[in-house]
Structures are given as C-alpha cells and as structure tokens.
Ligand binder design. Sequence first.
Ligand code: FAD
Length: 475
Amino acid sequence: MTTHLVWFRNDLRITDNRALHAACEDPQAKVIAVFVATPKQWESHVMAPRQAAFIYQHLQALQASLSGRGIALFYHQCDDFAASQRWLKDFCQQQHVDTLFYNKQYEINERERDAALENALQESVITRSFDDSLLLPPGSVTTGEGTMYKVYTPFRRAFLERLAESDSRSLPAPKARDIDGDVTMHPLTPFDMPQQEIGDDFPVGEDAARERLRTFCRETVQDYLEQRDLPAVDGTSSLSPYLATGVLSPRQCFNRLRTECPEVLDRRDGGAFGWLNELVWREFYRHLLVAWPTLCKHQPFIAWTDNVRWRHAPQDLQAWKEGKTGYPIVDAAMRQLNATGWMHNRLRMIVASFLVKDLLIDWREGERYFMSQLLDGDLAANNGGWQWGASTGTDAAPYFRIFNPTTQGERFDKAGRFIKAWVPELTDVPEKHIHQPHQWAEKLHRVLDYPTPVIDHSHARKDTLAAFESAKRGS
Ligand code: FAD
C-alpha cells in the first residue's frame, strides 16, 4: 500500500485544501498528516503569542476533522526550521512515506526550508507542492516584459483578466477513507511559547469562518464602500485571522462573493468589487514578496528611504505602543490592538502614519510591534501596509502625504463612538470636543486623566518633510 503524507503549515483546513485533496485522490492510498510546531523560530520572527494560540486551537479542530475522515494527524514540536526538516526526513522514513504533499509558503525562510527538505528527500520520497494560499500563483501576473508589476492598478487589471480565465473553483473536503479501526489521536501539546488569551471575537473552526464569510457576503458587502473606513461600524469582514492562518482560502472568499454577487467581475463600482479589490491587495503584496525577497528581510523597497535619520525616542515609542500618545484616535486604535489582536484597516493606516510621520520613528519598529500583537499577522500584508504608510514601499503613499491624526479622527469617527469604547478616560468629553479633549478641559478648568499630546503635529510634519527631503537629496 502506498503512503501519502500531508504536511500542514498555514493551511489549517480540510475544505478547499489542494495538498490534502491531491493526497486523497487515490482511494487505495493510506493518508496520514503531520504538523510540526517550531515555537523558537516563530518567536524570533515575531509571531504574536495570541496568533500561536489561535493556530493551536485550529490544530485541535483540524485533528478532529481529519480523524472523522480516517486520517491521523501526527504532531511534533522542535525549535526551528532546521530541526523540523531533520525530523520530517526521519519521520518519512519511519512511516514509509511514498509521497509528501504540502501547500507552498512564500516567505524566504520557509522557501529555503522546503527546498532543503526536498533536497534531503530526493531519493526516497516524491514531493508534490501546490499554490494554494493565493487566487493566482506568484509570477503568473506579469508585465509585457515578464516582470512583476511595481504599481498596483495595472497589476489589478492584469490580475482580474487572468482570474476570469482561471479555474478558481473551491475543492470539497475529502470523503471519509475506508480504514480498519479507529484513527489514533496523537496528543497535541501546547506550543512552548508565552501564553496569551484570545477573546471570543474570532470563534474557532472552518465552519465558523465560512459562516462569517457567508453572512458578510449576503448582508454587509453591498455597503462595503460606504462603511469600510468607519471603525465604529462592523463594515468589514473581520476574516483576516482566518485567511492569515489558512483556516479559510481566498478561493472560498472569491467563490462565495461570486455566488452572492454574480456581477462582481463585470460591475466595478459596487461594494462587492470594493471587497474583491482588497483581496487583490493581499495577492499584490504576496506576489511582491516573491519577486523581491529582500522585503522578507525588512528592507525598504525605495532604497533612498534607508537614509532617513529616524529619531531614537524610546519613550514616544512606548507611548504609541500603550495607546498613550494623547491623540484619541491613535490611542483607541492601539488599545484595541493590544486587547484583541485585531485593528481596523483605516486605523492601521492612521497609527502607522503617526509612528513614522509624526514621531519620526523607524517603520520597522511598528512593523515588528504589530507582528507581536496581531492575530492576523502576515509578513506580506504587514510589510506592505507599513511600507505603504511609511512611503518606503512600491506604489506607496508619497512621503509628503502626512495624515493629520486629529482630522483623521474627525472624518472617520466623528462622534467618537470608537474612541469612547477604548479610551474610558474620555467618556465625559462631549462629541464635538472628543478629538481635542485637552482644549475642552482647559476651557472648563477640568482635569483630564488622559495624556497630553506627545508631539505637536504641525511641527512634527515639518521635521518629517525635512528628514525625507534630506534623505532623498543624499541618495
Ligand atoms: P476586509 O476589509 O474584509 O478585507 C478582506 C481581506 O482582504 C482581509 O481579511 C485581508 O486578508 C485582505 N486585505 C484587506 N485589506 C488589505 C490590505 N490593505 N493589504 C493586504 N491584504 C488586505 N492584513 C493582514 O492580514 N495581516 C497583517 O499583518 C496586516 N498588517 C497591516 C499593517 C498595516 C500598517 C496596514 C495599513 C494594513 C495591514 N493589513 C494586514 C491589511 C488590513 O489592514 C487587514 O487585512 C484588514 O484590516 C483585516 O480586516 P478585515 O478582514 O475585516 O478586512
């Protein structure tokens, strides 16, 4: 009997999983699965403990789903990628594995690990890898010269043309396999990492993720363009933690969207298309990461921006992390991140701009801090978002575009509903003063138990423009 091994990584689902589906195609084969945890590696590459906890919960759910289909999930924990690669080689030998199936990861260290393992297995085990975590594989959407696009809009145009022609159907979960006896439930031990609570905003399981997707595409997506920038409204899908860990696939998102809004690829002005556009941004950043692997090493896309003389300001950085900058919208956003591991996209843009363009602190400090907290931490999207906000990335905001944190708050959280939910010190401040509470308190001679602004925005703006201009001149 041939043995097929499915190596799960960040694809923790049984529905629409290309590697799993391929491994199960032969009804005669024995199919087993494995997950190898590498907590030290994850920690050194800054995975948030709460994301690790989210993965662990989904691993338990995955083991139960697989066993219901006659597939045993083995589990091993070791320090890093090198150790995992050695262990997997021995495991394949012990289990007499004929073919190893896995879905590709595109980050540089992961790609090097996979290449090394394939090399080590060369003579003994066939390996089959799949493009699964994207709608279209990296390298498949290119300019006339065959290179990756550096600008988003032409990328999207070419991407959508290819998408319309491609087979993006979702695959069903495998059928239960015919096996003798019960499947062994190999014990799963919690990852050897600091523990962090996850709230109940993101229920566990593929079913919960699919239900959220269905409800969003039925009830909310039509209003996406009007609501997506308002943090006090549930106007976005909140699916990012599921997509980042592979509990949900982008094909499932696209197909559900097409089922509910069949005109999505033809009518390019409504909410459905607006949401698809965000899924395409997700693809853009991953395609960029493969074309420019230095992004994985946190190098700026625009080389001269490395000459910007960032401030060394540990106290300001700490105030930003803790949500104590004295700018209500920034503080509310950071407190939401610290408490839940999730932050609204508009707020990610505001706090990134504030750290880089008000405090003039190196964007990599923010990128790293986000990864240490986010439930949806994803190297490509996070690096893309930070490089966009810091004006160091390709097709990023120009360096002279500097958000004013007060007017951003006024535009997107006018009545301060979101602010009040996260900054209880401001509960009594009237709506129209919520974005500048100290001015209100001063007039009324009231004492506010809330920090005064760490920096004056208009001065900071001038200093930042000067720092970028000087870096550009020096390049
Ligand atoms: P929706 O608006 O419902 O969008 C649907 C999906 O599209 C998201 O779940 C996500 O997978 C993808 N998406 C949406 N916007 C973007 C975008 N701008 N770039 C890439 N993909 C996008 N997203 C992450 O998944 N992980 C990160 O680590 C991450 N870090 C970010 C850091 C900064 C500074 C910025 C500005 C953005 C970052 N984003 C990141 C992108 C975006 O903020 C989140 O994907 C989004 O807020 C998740 O909420 P949602 O699921 O409700 O999104």
